[in-house]
Ligand binder design. Sequence first.
Ligand SMILES: [Zn+2]
Length: 125
Amino acid sequence: MIGEVGLEEWLDAVALGDGYYYRCPKGHATLPPRDCCPECGGGLERRPLPSRGELRSYTVSNVSTPEYDDHTPLGIGIATFGPVDVTGRLPAAESGTLETGTTVRLAVEERPSDGSRVPVFRIDR
Ligand SMILES: [Zn+2]
């Protein structure tokens, strides 16, 4: 979902509850972090990411690649936070009871297998 440019900085901000997206002067909103607007090429400024999003779609896989063995079954979802969509992991224990439209919060989790960080959705109950 997110390119390498600015990813670690964005994950740091999300982990601190200070996530952001980008908006150009014409009002186009975008993620992932990038240098210019993908719609019009204009400059981008950071805008606060809403703290809660709406789960739009998700899937659960019972077969995963080796780096996700410790997270199988693996839930992956897309949630809308204000004007942007974010792709994130869904905790396996929760993915069986989910419905689209569920309110989620965005967090960051470290994968035990390799220590890399990934966006994860927390269910807001
Ligand atoms: Zn634009």
